[in-house]
Design a protein around this ligand. Structure first.
Ligand SMILES: [Zn+2]
Ligand SMILES: [Zn+2]
Ligand SMILES: [Zn+2]
Length: 399
């Protein structure tokens, strides 16, 4: 009997996927079996689950091997699916007709849509979004400022630094960015666990809360995967060098962060996360699309390759700093223009300065567009269409 190692276990699941793809003979019959993309998708989901559950407990070699195998299988699944695009007759392989799914917006939790391969790429679930912070890097009120917004009694005029919490139907809890206000946000919004962190970029207002996630490490055991572009992760490594320096004495309350470089769409919480390349001045940063929802903070330009990733959205969250022009952020007017072009059913602005009092600014915005505020919650469908995944992969060279 061959030695049981972690890599051998990964290979056995990968073999199952390969048999379902029709790339290998079925060990039971010695002959290639019928192509079963749903089965292949299931094996890939199991490997993805394994990756999540073992985060922080693998050797570097094991983690790299698992990452490579998963990336390869996901590419294979996309290719297989691309080969099948075009008219799909109802009932083929027991799958639903190609046009069976569309994003349904808030309120579709628990709908009984099919869970074939299409369903697996497009789970019929929702994600609950909580705005933990909607302010710019200084927050609102601004230190020592006595302007009307900073003195306002309207709770929507209190803005912590920008961050989102995502609660998926399967219980997975994800942070988008870790703001310097993370501790206060976690206490106020009862954020009891963090299974992963998505990083848009490494500016201080988006990552300085990373040290505070150590409490979640203690509570949950193990490292927390942090997904970001290579340049973002490199900067996080420099900013938090004490965290990643093996010479740092242990036991001093270090956060455990498992940095995961993004190279395209990936799965989390039973949903597909599509990184959306954006420009924040000259700095390339990422937004994220999840089903019918997109979060585009810190940007003042959307590259050509990213527009197709923003098609058919129920909820768009977009940077809108203030009215006065800025080198790295959309103004309200520019954000309205971008929002109109994207055409989401509902658009919420974020990353606002104290120049934008909530009520008065909302009153002046076009129908369907308003300012987000700290504590705002909404449910959005996590269904994603396949062509978005393909477009997401094609945009990968921009990451
Ligand atoms: Zn002020
Ligand atoms: Zn920034
Ligand atoms: Zn920012």
């Amino acid at each position: 009997m061959s030695e049981v190692t972690f890599n051998a276990f990964v290979v056995s699941l990968a073999t199952t996927a390969a048999v379902h793809f029709g790339d290998m003979a079925d060990p039971a019959t010695g002959r290639p079996g019928p192509v079963n993309l749903e089965g292949a998708g299931q094996a890939i989901e199991m490997l993805a689950l394994l990756e999540r559950k073992t985060a922080g407990n693998l050797t570097e070699g094991e983690a790299a091997f698992l990452g490579r195998v998963l990336a390869e299988l996901r590419r294979r699944l996309l290719d297989a699916h691309r080969e099948r695009t075009g008219p799909v007759s109802p009932g083929e392989d027991g799958r639903p007709p190609a046009a069976a799914t569309s994003s349904t917006g808030a309120g579709s939790r628990g709908s009984g849509r099919s869970r074939g391969l299409r369903g697996r790429l497009q789970p019929a679930n929702n994600v609950r979004i909580t705005f933990l912070g909607t302010g710019t890097s200084a927050g609102v009120p601004v230190i020592a400022c006595d302007c009307a917004t900073c003195r306002s009694d309207d709770p929507r005029d209190k803005r912590w630094r920008p961050s989102l919490a995502l609660a998926f139907d399967d219980g997975t809890s994800v942070l988008v960015d870790a703001s310097p206000d993370l501790r206060a946000q976690a206490l106020r919004f009862h954020l009891t666990r963090v299974d992963a962190i998505l990083l848009t970029h490494a500016h201080a207002d988006h990552v300085l809360g990373l040290d505070d996630v150590r409490i979640y490490n203690f509570r949950q055991g193990g490292a927390i995967p942090c997904y970001g572009a290579a340049r973002t992760l490199a900067r996080v490594r420099r900013m938090f060098d004490y965290v990643f320096d093996p010479a740092t004495p242990k036991g001093g309350g270090l956060p455990q962060l498992a940095l995961r470089e993004l190279a395209g769409p990936f799965s989390l919480g039973g949903a597909t996360i599509i990184p959306v390349p954006l420009l924040h001045g000259t700095l390339p940063v990422l937004g994220f699309r999840i089903g019918a929802f997109a979060y585009l903070t810190d940007c003042n330009a959307i590259p050509d390759a990213s527009w197709p990733l923003l098609d058919d959205l129920d909820v768009l969250v977009l940077d809108a700093l203030r009215h006065k022009v800025h080198r790295t952020h959309f103004t309200v007017e520019q954000a309205v223009e971008a929002a109109r072009r994207i055409g989401a059913r509902r658009t919420l602005f974020t990353h606002m300065t104290h120049d934008l009092p909530h009520a008065a600014t909302c009153d002046a915005l076009p129908e369907g567009i308003s300012l987000a505020y700290d504590g705002l919650e909404l449910d959005v469908a996590t269904a994603a269409r396949d062509r978005l995944l393909v477009a997401g992969c094609q945009a990968a060279h921009l990451y």
